[in-house]
Write a protein that binds this ligand. Structure first.
Ligand SMILES: [Zn+2]
Length: 66
């Protein structure tokens, strides 16, 4: 299983962000242990990659497209 990379926390810049596993599965949440961020990104059936894609998406990415 390849590791999924998450961008640093947008609020405090911590690289310790992680996707918690609750009840044995990912639950569409990204947490930052350093500032207490608890970010719900989707529903329970999202894969780790889908969660990471949402987390890693930034408004700037859209603006810089062309
Ligand atoms: Zn943070």
């Amino acid at each position: 299983m390849s590791e999924i990379e998450l961008k640093p926390c947008p609020f405090c810049g911590s690289k310790n962000v992680y996707m918690p596993i609750i009840g044995g599965s990912l639950v569409g949440i990204v947490c930052c242990p350093d500032c207490g961020l608890y970010c719900t990104l989707g529903r329970n059936n999202l894969s780790g990659k889908e969660i990471a894609d949402r987390w890693n998406r930034r408004v700037q990415d859209e603006k810089n497209k062309d």
